[in-house]
Ligand binder design. Sequence first.
Ligand code: PMP
Length: 332
Amino acid sequence: MKAEDHSDVIVYFKNQYVPLREANISILTHALHYGTGVFDGIRGYWESREKQLYLVRPMDHYRRWKAHSGIIRIGIGLEASELCEITTELIRRNHFESHVYVRPLAYKSAVRIGVNPDEQDAFAVMVIPFGDYLDSVHGLHAGVVSWRRIEDNAIPGRAKICGSYVNSALAGDEARRNGFDEAIFLTESGHVAEGATCNIFLMRGGKLITPCGSENILEGITRNCIAELAHNELHLEVVERPVDRSELYLADEIFFTGTAVEVAPVVRVDHRNIGSGTIGPVSAELRHLYLDATRGRMAAYRHWLMPAYETASTAPEEPQLVGVSDRDLWAV
Ligand code: PMP
């Protein structure tokens, strides 16, 4: 299968397993015009030695997706456990032996003109092969953008509502056109919120600091994993509090977290070096720990993972190459 062409991939659409090329909706669909959809993103990591594909916290992702969908009154008539079964079934039907990205999408499906939503809802689950999202091996240069993070009382940013991603698209586009690798959003009151598609952490005064949930952030599942790893493995104090813009410039270390970006160290913000201007020790260690935990190499975090294949062999095998270039389409 070519990296760019996923038309043969089997997806779950209208309660059936069909090739992606057959999973089509009308051009008049409510969600397409008005942004009335809710999505999520889940990673699955292929471990070639175990011949197993591990989904990372799929139950938490599906519970979050159902809860977020409830905010715009989209009903998903299945339990999180049933959605996990659909996902593992998709992986098995597609015989994936590579890292994957899972994209559940629920949407207002009425085919008509008119903003007021009705009770017609639909959902789909897609799984595609997926590699790195951001190239952060040498650390990123992030820029504070002029767009402000959407307010909870406009469109709740804590939910992954399709329409709210115009905010992220504007920010990401501005940052990249201005030569940065990723955007940093401020809130209307001037506090640091997050990246365009990821949460942010700062090391300052020996503490790990991240903006609190009331700063219009998406309450990331990776953010939660990192807080747990930092506390349990590095014995760091993890503090959720409002963060000023100038604290970015004074931080010893900064990194982004997210399902797609994983742990991405930031070495420069707005043309100012962060710490020494190279990847800091805590960022490096947490990236390493997260990678190990999500590949099933840390017994204490195996409960985060759900194996997709029923039986795993221990036969060693070379890892498969995953060259996926359509990252902007899929990964948020
Ligand atoms: N913030 C935003 C705006 C996002 O889109 C994402 C990606 N889902 C995140 C943060 C990180 O969330 P998670 O760790 O759950 O992927």
